[in-house]
Each structure stands twice: as C-alpha cells, then as structure tokens.
Design a protein around this ligand. Structure first.
Ligand code: 13P
Length: 261
C-alpha cells in the first residue's frame, strides 16, 4: 500500500440519543476538552438525530479547533430530493442544515428496517449527487464470521453499496467496517482482525476505482473506547473510527480523538 495521506476521521454516531439542547451541550463540552490540545490532526464528525442538527450546528459555528476540522453528519436519509415520502428526510434538507456527511446502511437500518443493498446503493448515490459524503457501513454478523464468510459478505456490501459511483466519488466516500457482533456489545474486534478486513476492503475498493480509491477512508466501528483506540490507530488501513456509545460522553469521545494521535 502507498503512504497513507488520508486525514484520520473520528465520527460519532449518536443513534437515537440526545435532544437539541443536550446535543449542543455535548458538542460544546467536546470542543472545550479538545481545544487546549494543539494540532490534533484529525477530522471530527458528529451525527446527531435530525432534530438536534440545528442546535449542534450553532455550536460549531461558534467554536473551532486548531488543527482539527469539525463537521456534521446525519444518520440516514431518503434518496429523492423531495416527494410524497411521509416521514423521510432528503439530501437537500440535510445540506440546508450544514451536513457534510451521512451514514448509510448502518447494520441497525439493514436489520431493523429492512434496508437492502439496493436501497443502500440508491442512498449512497443520492448522497454523492447532492454534495454529501456517504459513510457506507458494512460488516458481517457473528454467524457469517463463524462460517468464514466475512470477506465475501463485506465484498458484496461494498461492491453493491458503491455500484455506479465514479472513481472520484468513491475517493470522497467513507467506508465503515462495523462487524455486527461488535456493535454495542463491549467486545470489539481486535486491531489485527479489523486491519485484515480493512485491507480486504481496500483491495475491493481498488478493484472498483483503481488508484482513484486511495483517498477513501476506512473506519472501524464496534465498541470503540478510549482504552482500545490505540490498537486501531496503529493499523495502516484503518483511517479512523465510527463510535457509538462512547460518543455520547464528552470525556470518552475527546479521549478517543486524542488517542488517535
Ligand atoms: P458502539 O460504539 O456503541 O458499539 O456502536 C458502534 C456503532 O454502531 C457506530 O455506528
């Protein structure tokens, strides 16, 4: 692999937690905790619920971090710009709220809300076409791992999820490897196992986009905590983390960001 010039990305997926006020407080505290540290060379993204985006954005407008880019992401969206889709949120609506990223195909959406690879692909394409950067989530469940199917599952999800994208779009996209069995369980993958799958994803990306995929960031997600982040940070094909539970506590999220550097 060539030298890693990819800016590390630490993203917090708040899932269905925090109202607007709580979200603003959380982000204010994260910025406070990180601001005395000069030059944390990472990009930080938080993905609150839709209803908290506005108030979190206001905090971002007020405070910036030296050496650190902070950004906003959403957790889901519809693929159309507008229409008769009761209860849905469009990419343009997310742009209006200052979102730069959107999580697509999280395993909770695949499993609990029946999102297929085809739906995930429509959303990924719509994100790219509307100026959002997709964070495409992929990962095997416990049974698939036991059966030795991890690579096949992940390859299919990456290939189907990114189908139809140009190399430039793939380059700007983010892939999050989140083994289902590691999410919310307190039992993360080992750094070595996550690196093995991340390297495989890198090969799949290169198959899709050639050298165009060199900038694509691959994150690890699943029970990331301050005390295990260093193990992921040390791996050449892991470019950051997608953090669930630990992103809801300012101290632990800030410690994860600092632990990357
Ligand atoms: P946890 O960090 O709580 O395991 O969640 C991971 C996740 O699903 C992030 O998208």
């Amino acid at each position: 692999m060539e030298e890693n010039a990819r800016t590390p990305l630490i993203a917090g997926n708040w899932k269905m937690h925090k109202n607007g006020k709580q979200g603003a407080e959380l982000v204010r505290r994260i910025l406070e905790l990180l601001s005395p540290v000069p030059g944390v060379e990472a990009e930080i993204v938080v993905c609150p619920p839709f209803t908290a985006l506005c108030q979190v954005r206001e905090v971002f407008r007020e405070g910036q971090l030296p050496g650190c880019k902070v950004g906003l992401g959403a957790q889901n969206m519809h693929w159309e710009q507008e229409g008769a889709f009761t209860g849905e949120i469009s990419p343009l609506m997310l742009r209006e709220f200052g979102c730069e990223y959107v999580i697509v195909g999280h395993s909770e959406r695949r499993i609990l809300f029946g999102e297929s690879d085809a739906v995930v692909n429509r959303k990924v394409k719509a994100a790219c076409e509307n100026g959002l950067r997709p964070i495409l989530c992929v990962g095997e469940d416990a049974r698939q791992r036991q059966e030795g199917r991890t690579q096949a599952v992940v390859e299919k999800q990456v290939t189907a999820g990114l189908a139809g994208l140009t190399p430039a779009q793939i380059d700007r996209a983010v892939v999050a490897y989140e083994p289902v069995w590691a999410i919310g369980t307190g039992s993360p993958a080992t750094g070595a196992d996550a690196q093995e799958v991340a390297a495989w994803i890198r090969r799949v990306l290169q198959g899709l986009a050639g050298t165009g995929a060199l900038g694509t960031r691959i994150l690890y997600g699943g029970s990331v905590k301050p005390d295990n982040i260093a193990d992921f940070a040390a791996r050449p094909d892991i470019d950051g983390a997608l953090v669930g539970g630990a992103s809801l506590e300012p101290e632990s999220f800030a410690a994860i960001v600092q632990g990357w550097g």
